[in-house]
Design a protein around this ligand. Structure first.
Ligand code: ZN
Length: 92
């Protein structure tokens, strides 16, 4: 069973969470970005093998977003934090 430590609720099963996406994507300014850069922001994502920072939402709990550092090969969760927080441990 995969456990995710919500910074607000504590350790909960993964089934209480929904995967949202890559935690490293930064929204560009729509007034200054090119159409191609906007398309890349909306649709293009990397699919890394190994340690990756992801956003999850605690949908069956506090409904807050949680940044999760996870190994995409072993599914090991290395750490969690608030979306703007820092995760200690292996770097993504
Ligand atoms: Zn929570």
């Amino acid at each position: 069973m995969l456990l995710i430590n919500c910074p607000w609720c504590g350790e909960r099963t993964q089934s209480e969470f929904a995967y949202v996406g890559d935690a490293n994507v930064v929204r560009p300014d729509p007034d200054t970005v090119s159409d191609q850069e906007w398309i890349n922001y909306i649709y293009i994502r990397s699919n890394p093998k190994g340690v990756h920072d992801e956003l999850w939402q605690h949908i069956a709990g506090c409904r807050c977003f949680v940044k999760v550092r996870r190994d995409t090969v072993s599914h090991e969760i290395i750490g969690t934090a608030a979306p703007a927080g820092k995760i200690d441990g292996r770097e993504a």
